[in-house]
Design a protein around this ligand. Sequence first.
Ligand code: HEC
Length: 236
Amino acid sequence: MHAPNLTPDMETGIGKLTDADIARTMRYMVGSDGRCIFPFMPFAEMSDADLTAIVSYLRSQPAVKHEVKRTEMKFLGKALLTFGAIKPTGTKGTPPKSVVIDSTAEYGKYLANSVANCLGCHTNRNMKTGEFTGAPFAGGFALPPDPALSDGNTYVSPNLTPDPETGHIYNWDEQTFINRFKAGRVYKGSAMPWGAFSRINDLELKAIYRYLKSLEPVKNKIPKIVYGPGEALPES
Ligand code: HEC
């Protein structure tokens, strides 16, 4: 899949798209040309205010002329789209106009599910359809090596639910959690955007921590995180 150019360039970027086109893609997984796009973006429930802020931010960036090839589906992808295995998914209700920014688990829930995509990587899913196959936040999703990060390893996301035996952060207190984010990347090839996440502020990290601690514990042992090239992966 090719991630498109999001700068305001008229020919190769989002310059010609309306605000509504961009908002519709984020909320309903429908591209500006009417195509259904793969459900890997979790922004359907993002508030009107945050969605608007993101569109404004993108529009304020310098335009970069950079042609990105449109994602061409291979046979399987086409078949999945044709037979409805991949459907555009929209909001479950009415997304909030705006959300209160504070350190509550409620706000953490919003960040972890609808903004920072913790859910999308820390839940096992089918790589071909994007469908979730595991319990939310219980980890086990094997992220294939990213050529841009290029260490050739596959990283399996840890279980973030508060299970005493298998929960990765069960023994972490709030400050440990905050410090881990400030410290940034450990594994060169991990898909987790540690750079951007090291700039999440303390209030928001607290909120996320409190939310994760409030989840139902799920027993799901993740035997290890790093798999070298060619090493057999756990079943998904
Ligand atoms: C793009 C995928 C991705 C996203 C998004 C993501 N993670 Fe991760 N996360 C991973 C992977 C893969 C690992 C294991 C490798 C590593 O530690 O970098 C990991 C590791 C972790 C760890 C363990 C770190 C350690 O040093 O033991 C924590 C805690 C964590 N993630 C929390 C979160 C939270 C909270 C969010 C949302 C704010 C989040 N992750 C979003 C993929 C992701």
